[in-house]
Design a protein around this ligand. Structure first.
Ligand code: AMP
Ligand code: GLY
Length: 422
């Protein structure tokens, strides 16, 4: 079968590496892809926002499955358009992608179906949001309702900070996502983890857990980023905790979405807080995480294409096989990130890193310029290592990092610290 994968980041390079191992695959196209996917698949300059062009391409190339990596095309309804044209898709419909696209939708669903999450209020009116903040006090969390590329959340430690966050949200400082609506919620305590489940509209199967490192600097300091590193599994997600999350959070959500007339197909990414009264949902994303996907794919032993097809066709197997080893990735970012990253920095010696057994290098924001690989985004490369423990995977990943020459890049030196400290 021919497959079209939508996206251009490290997540999509990792997915492509797993897809090309499939015995079911004939040709893999990636739109638009990156220099990493170009080595193993056919990159195509297709704009995911132009549904008619994507459909025409799928017909021309007899595409048997379209797999959608990022959230924007899901929220924009690409799945619906492709399915209406008779194509098979891995990724939720626009109505089901509201689990990521609208925090208010998700909170209301949790309330209606008794899914554990932080207590909250939903406000289209600034003065009511301010009154709620004053009533509840701090710490408290202020969120923009819609997609905000990771910039829509303020965890306010004082009432003044919370009121300021509400003011700036309604003045449009969080982008269009916030100007319309705010969710204000209880601040949860505990350890954060990410949990991924594959869903086929009726059933869900646990995929894997991971932990991300959102802050730019060592020791979890500095501004938030899209993720500076990750590992899988997350030690806090024991088999018992994973089973509990499936039973108390994921399965009730899949049942709720079906009952609401918008069955969820694709991968459900639950951001969790594991506290003393058990797991609570912080938020959902409706796609694989980036860079979490890179570490989960390194552990996957089953055929990814078979699994994605099973999601699309409503016939998920009862479980997914992953290696018991730990995968850890370090993100190499361009200087300036998460502000304006320096573009065009030369990258050399990736092959030296790849010679180290257990190390692979994933392209996230790179491009070829006159035969030279250069940086072309904030998060540039992901060095992934697979080993028997977090400490070993960490050491191996940094050996890979140190083999690469990218003078205009930087990385955190402490990815995995929490798990190693346990
Ligand atoms: P989100 O964009 O919803 O993932 O939120 C970004 C980050 O804000 C999360 O990863 C958490 O660290 C933090 N956060 C969000 N909601 C809460 C909450 N209710 N309690 C504590 N921390 C939160
Ligand atoms: N790494 C977090 C995300 O993909 O949203």
């Amino acid at each position: 079968m021919n497959v079209l994968l939508i996206g251009s980041g490290g997540r999509e390079h990792a997915l492509a590496l797993a897809l090309v191992k499939s015995p079911l695959l004939d040709r893999l196209f990636v739109a638009p892809g990156n220099p990493g996917t170009a080595r193993i698949a056919h990159n195509v300059a297709l704009d995911a926002g132009d549904f008619a062009k994507v459909i025409a391409f799928c017909r021309e190339e007899s595409i048997g499955l379209v797999a959608i990596g990022p959230e924007q095309p899901l929220v924009d309804g690409l799945t619906d358009a492709l399915e209406a044209a008779g194509l098979k898709v891995f990724g939720p419909s626009q109505a089901a992608a509201r689990l990521e696209g609208s925090k208010g939708f998700t909170k209301d669903l949790c309330a209606k179906y008794h899914i554990p999450t932080a207590a909250y209020g939903r406000f289209a009116d600034k003065d009511r949001a301010l009154a709620y903040v004053r009533e509840k006090g701090a710490p408290i969390v202020v969120k923009a309702d819609g997609l905000a590329a990771g910039k829509g959340v303020v965890v306010a430690m004082t009432p003044a900070e919370a009121e300021q966050a509400v003011e700036s949200l309604f003045s449009g400082a969080f982008g269009a996502a916030g100007a319309a609506e705010a969710v204000v919620e209880e601040c949860l305590d505990g350890e954060e983890a990410s949990f991924f489940a594959l869903c086929d509209g009726e059933k869900a199967v646990a995929f894997a857990s991971a932990q991300d490192h959102k802050r730019v600097g060592d020791g979890d300091r500095g501004p938030n980023t899209g993720g500076m590193g990750a590992y899988s599994p997350a030690p806090v997600m024991t088999p018992e905790m994973s089973a509990r999350v499936m039973r108390e959070i994921v399965e009730p959500t899949v049942a709720a979405m079906k009952a609401e007339g918008c069955p969820f197909k694709g991968v459900l990414f639950a951001g969790l807080m594991i506290g003393k009264d058990g797991p609570k949902l912080i938020e959902y994303n409706t796609r694989f995480g980036d860079p979490e996907c890179q570490v989960m794919m390194a552990r996957l032993e089953d055929d990814l294409l078979g699994l994605l097809l099973a999601c699309a066709e409503g016939r998920l197997p009862p479980n997914v096989r992953l290696s018991d080893k730990t995968a850890l990735t370090v993100v190499l970012a361009a200087r300036g990130y998460p502000g304006t990253p320096l573009k065009g920095g030369r990258i050399d010696a990736i092959d030296e890193a790849e010679k180290i057994p257990g190390v692979s290098v994933i392209h996230a924001g790179t491009k070829m310029e006159g035969g030279q690989l250069v940086a072309n985004g904030g998060r540039v490369l992901n060095v992934v290592a697979l080993a028997d423990s977090v400490a070993q995977a960490q050491a191996l990943a940094y050996r890979g990092v140190d083999a690469i020459r990218f003078p205009d890049g930087f990385c955190r030196r402490d990815i995995g610290w929490r798990a190693i400290g346990r």
